[in-house]
Write a protein that binds this ligand. Structure first.
Ligand code: SAM
Ligand code: SF4
Length: 326
């Protein structure tokens, strides 16, 4: 078991499989983003070795993210290897969905259980503007393919940006009336790469809820008021699905955090919004023993920060979002 000094049992690992992406969302990275050379990223055998090590330390829940995890070479084989790792009981992925029409079925067969798909608007023009060139239809087909492949319950992620999609939350929330999906609205967080937009065009959970309730009626507390992962969950009258809010900025959930992150270049990141990291890949390549690596992980987890420092104006600037994975 990997405990931190505040007594939190850290057992959920989010792995960025690559910093590369086939889109360029305005809130995530600049259009001319320079990606890391592949040689600097964890290779398949290094990744699997680290996954086994984390699993031996009690990590039982893994989410694959990126960049865009589906553009990583051998993604189906990687999923299969992780799914077969003893101790891993939950394996999911956060994806932009573009490649799911082709990959949903093989990924499900390889042992992937669920996907969260990012979709910030149902308007094709606005979708293109937000992602710089993405096709809404591709993502929509990806969502249907994921559902068909049994990667359920389907959760959709939307980041809300003033001047881009703040009114589109209504159509997205409306989806939950007739579909058993969870549509989750994420408060935009500040990182390097797109900091001005992130700081100046953020929309709070409270504002998003107001837009939805004014149009669709009251949002009732669901899930017994318990967090579903990091989301507070609500339901519209008579709906099949739920509406979630991930309010990292205005209502942090740090006290119940059980997460650590592994960046695509093999750094253990203790908090999404703090710069501190422990390099695992360099020692691994330098011949460190499994027990040395194990100790590096346990020491890093022990010193996991209590929470983020956004309220004090501390913005993590050593990484762009796609290198950590959200
Ligand atoms: N490419 C995949 C995707 O878009 O779902 C996975 C990686 S992406 C970095 C993971 C999640 O982070 C997505 O839901 C994305 O919308 C969200 N995200 C990206 N930049 C963000 C930011 N500045 N603030 C909040 N969420 C952000
Ligand atoms: Fe790519 Fe996901 Fe970042 Fe959009 S949010 S640019 S899809 S990594």
């Amino acid at each position: 078991m990997a405990l931190d000094r505040y007594g939190r049992d850290i057992h959920y690992l989010r792995i960025s499989l690559t910093d590369h992406c086939n889109l360029r969302c305005v809130y995530c990275m600049p259009e001319d983003m320079t990606f890391q050379p592949n040689a600097e990223l964890m290779q398949d055998d290094e990744l699997i070795l680290l996954v086994r090590l984390f699993a031996s330390l009690g990590f039982d829940k893994i989410r694959l993210t990126g960049g865009e995890p589906t553009v990583r070479g051998h993604i189906v084989d990687i999923v299969r290897e992780i799914a077969l790792t003893p101790g891993i009981r939950s394996l999911s992925m956060t994806t932009n969905g573009v490649l799911l029409p082709k990959l949903a079925q093989p990924l499900a067969q390889a042992g992937l259980k669920r996907v969260n798909i990012s979709i910030d608007t149902l308007n094709p023009e606005k979708f293109r503007r937000l992602t710089r060139w993405g096709s809404l239809e591709d993502v929509w087909q990806g969502i249907l393919a994921a559902e068909e492949a049994g990667l359920t319950p389907i959760k959709l992620n939307a980041v809300v940006v003033r001047g881009y999609n703040e009114r589109d939350v209504i159509d997205l929330a409306r989806l939950t009336i007739e579909r058993p999906w969870q549509v989750r609205f994420i408060e935009m967080m500040p990182f390097a790469g797109a900091t001005d937009l992130q700081l100046n065009q953020a929309v709070t959970t409270e504002q998003i809820m107001e837009h939805i309730e004014a149009e669709l009626g009251p949002l009732h507390t669901a899930n017994g008021g318990e967090l579903d992962g990091e989301a507070r969950v609500f339901q519209l009258d008579g709906s099949l699905g739920t509406v979630g809010f991930i309010s990292t900025v205005t209502q942090p959930f740090c006290a119940s955090c059980t997460r650590a992150r592994l960046t695509a270049d093999g750094r253990l990141r203790l908090c999404l919004l703090r710069e501190g990291e422990v390099d695992l890949l360099t020692p691994l390549r330098g011949g460190a023993s499994l027990s040395d690596l194990r100790q590096l992980i346990l020491d890093g987890i022990w010193y996991k920060p209590w929470g983020h420092g956004l309220a004090e104006g501390l913005i993590p600037l050593n990484r762009v979002m796609n290198q950590i994975g959200g």
